[in-house]
Design a protein around this ligand. Structure first.
Ligand code: PLP
Length: 482
């Protein structure tokens, strides 16, 4: 994957940047971590970073910014309307994404809110490769439902299928015919399919989806939050695109979609988000919703400083040396974990490494949330905060029954240019110890369950005293180590 060869044989991800500003981290003793995870209701979202050593919860708003982004923030033009900062972002979007119209929004889910309100009606069906939590919540909010049309192998955890984010074209045709074109306002494709392990789609697949969209006259919407990394993996894995630049690949993918939206928290490592299109009719359907929910059309709820950082970050998406960093570290992390026998999703994708909790904790029934339990247990024994991506992140049906998730994953996000190789080695060390003691991990149950997006603020407790026993085993094996 890397262009650099090593004399000593071990292939390591090499940083192509240097550290100039640092933040002190806190590795607190396991006794404090035990208190902290209890206070947090065994939900890693509710931990405070003062109790967290490596924050691998998400890449959202946590990628390191570049010196050029920070510098640009100083030239921000504080104006409610007609800000020059917005003009710079607008130029960047035209240059990099090649779209004529841009609507700024405060983050990715705000774009989802506007798109769903503008284009969906009650009873509509949205076909897609796979859902993202906030997108699904907006579809449900607008009285619709989704169909996930992933290719075969997408949910095989250990696979060497290079494009597990691809849509199955036959399933797409079947879905359209069964539901009727009139009930499908758009098809959604998500770059680097987040919830199944940051797995990309290929350009040839997107071209096939485009052909189906054209055949039926249905709009194609691209969730471009993780576009840079998808483009990088296309360059690595799709033969026809090996010789192309990141810019060519990005333009190609974006060009195939009628409407593109993104979370700038990921795409440009700043804040904010955007919706862009070349079609005036689509732009006009959404235009009035931005001042209503976000703010005036030249800031959309984003601070002008962040808009400046977004503009620079948009250009940096074209820089392969920057975009390659997170996938290279993830590849190293995934391969190291796999070499210790840990069940981890392969091939390595983007965003983070994904541990298969269904396998790791095969003794925990799915309605006791194996991925949530693993996330809590891993924090306890390491101070590392990952994220549950499984049934806790799912929803209940109309009758209040759990909809068991297709996957139970512990996601360990690797934000761009944030962690060092030694820190990644510490992750491998602690997860391996936990794997050897996996039978000690027990289940969780809800004590506080919010009705919408419950995984964010929900509170749980252990089904018995397994956390105490795990802590005692840690002390036995590690002595007074942190
Ligand atoms: C994070 C994310 C979103 C939502 O973006 P926010 O800025 O967190 O609201 C939407 N889609 C994908 C694929 C994402 O990864």
């Amino acid at each position: 994957m890397s262009k650099i060869k090593f004399h000593l044989g071990e292939e390591i991800p090499l940083e192509l940047h240097k550290v100039r500003v640092v933040q002190k981290l806190h590795l607190v003793p396991i006794e404090r971590r035990f208190e902290a995870i209890k206070e947090a209701g065994f939900n890693t979202f509710r931990l405070s970073t003062k109790d967290v050593y490596l924050d691998m919860l998400t890449d959202s708003g946590t990628n390191a910014m570049s010196d050029k982004q920070i510098a640009a923030m100083f030239q921000a033009d504080d104006a409610y309307a007609g800000s020059q900062s917005f003009a710079r972002l607008y130029s960047a979007v035209q240059d990099v994404l090649g779209k004529k119209f841009l609507l700024p929004v405060h983050q990715g889910r705000a774009a989802e809110n506007i798109i769903c309100r503008a284009f969906m009606k009650k009873g509509n069906v949205i076909p897609m490769n796979y859902h993202f939590t906030t997108f699904l919540a907006h579809v449900l909010e607008n009285g619709g439902k989704i169909e996930e049309l992933l290719c075969d192998h997408a949910l095989d955890f250990s696979s060497d299928h290079q494009f597990k984010g691809n849509i199955d074209i036959n399933k797409l045709e079947e879905c359209i015919q069964r539901n009727g074109v009139e009930n499908i306002p758009f098809i959604r494709m998500e770059a680097s399919t987040n919830l199944i392990g940051g797995q990309p789609f290929s350009i040839s697949n997107m071209m096939d989806v485009r052909r189906v969209a054209d055949k039926y006259g249905i709009m194609l919407v691209l969730d471009a939050s993780l576009l840079g990394e998808n483009a990088y993996l296309v360059k690595q894995r799709e033969e026809q695109w090996k010789e192309n630049t990141m810019g060519d690949i990005i333009k190609m993918m974006v060009g195939l979609a009628d409407l593109v939206y993104f979370s700038a928290r990921k795409l440009t490592s700043s804040r904010g988000g955007g919706i862009c299109t070349n079609r005036k009719d689509l732009y006009q359907k959404m235009e009035a919703l931005v001042p209503l929910f976000e703010g005036f059309l030249t800031y959309g709820g984003i601070s002008v400083r962040e808009i400046e950082a977004m503009a620079v970050g948009m250009y940096e998406t074209l820089d392969e040396d920057m975009i390659c960093q997170s996938p290279m570290f993830i590849k190293y992390l995934v391969e190291s974990m796999a070499s210790h026998g840990i069940p981890v999703v392969t091939p390595p994708g983007v965003l983070g490494a994904h541990v298969n909790a269904m396998d790791f904790c095969s003794h925990i029934p799915q309605n006791q949330y194996p991925a949530g339990a693993l996330a809590a247990a891993f924090y306890l024994v390491s101070g590392i905060r990952g994220m549950e991506r499984g049934t806790i992140s799912s929803v209940r049906d109309e009758n209040g029954e759990e909809i068991l998730a297709d996957v139970e994953l512990l996601r360990l996000a690797v934000p761009r240019r944030v962690f060092t190789l030694s820190q990644v080695k510490y992750v491998v060390d602690r997860i391996t110890w936990l794997y050897e003691n996996r039978n000690m991990i027990g289940g969780l149950k809800f004590v506080y369950e919010p009705p919408v997006l419950r995984f964010f603020m929900g509170g749980l407790e252990a089904t018995d005293d397994w956390p105490e026993r795990l802590m005692a085993k840690f002390r036995k094996d590690f002595g007074d180590s942190l």
